[in-house]
Design a protein around this ligand. Sequence first.
Ligand code: PNS
Length: 178
Amino acid sequence: MEKKRIAVYPGTFDPVTSGHVCIIDRGLELFDEVIVAVAQDSNKKTLFSLEERVEIIREVFAFTDRIRVIPFAGLLVDFAMRHHANVILRGLRAVSDFDYEFQMALLNRKLQNDLQTIFLMSDLRWMFISSTNVRNIASLGGDVSSLVPASVIPHLRSAYGLPSSWPLEKASGDQDHA
Ligand code: PNS
């Protein structure tokens, strides 16, 4: 029997965005299984707890068993080896991502030479999205419904105490500076 092609797609996913979903979908075209590895130790103070971030992504991908969503702490390369993956999958948006991604890929290779890092580009329409931008916009009551999977919306609404009408109506207190 042929060996399963397994890729690990690591990140903080605070929260998962449509850009992440696009990379995972593209990963499924290349690999038998994609493990979404949700990092505990990413040096970032997160809006959502590790458990919430995992839960949100599981909700998004509940329809398939080719995607597993697993929290991890410690080194990514150790996680990948434990799960018999030989590829780390990362999305590349713009030149601004390159330096960080380049360093990370080379460091991971230094730590584990058997692991390859593969970069995929999301659809053009998601190129400008980041979890940080999504949080910023949502925290100010802006509409992020075209930037994240639908199931992320209730989590953002409750995290920021937004009204049940959000994101269809702007939160109160907004001013039009157009
Ligand atoms: O979505 P992010 O925040 O860009 O993801 C960064 C992440 C989680 C992939 C990176 O911080 C990571 O791999 N953390 C685990 C610790 C580790 O292995 N560090 C060494 C590689 S730089």
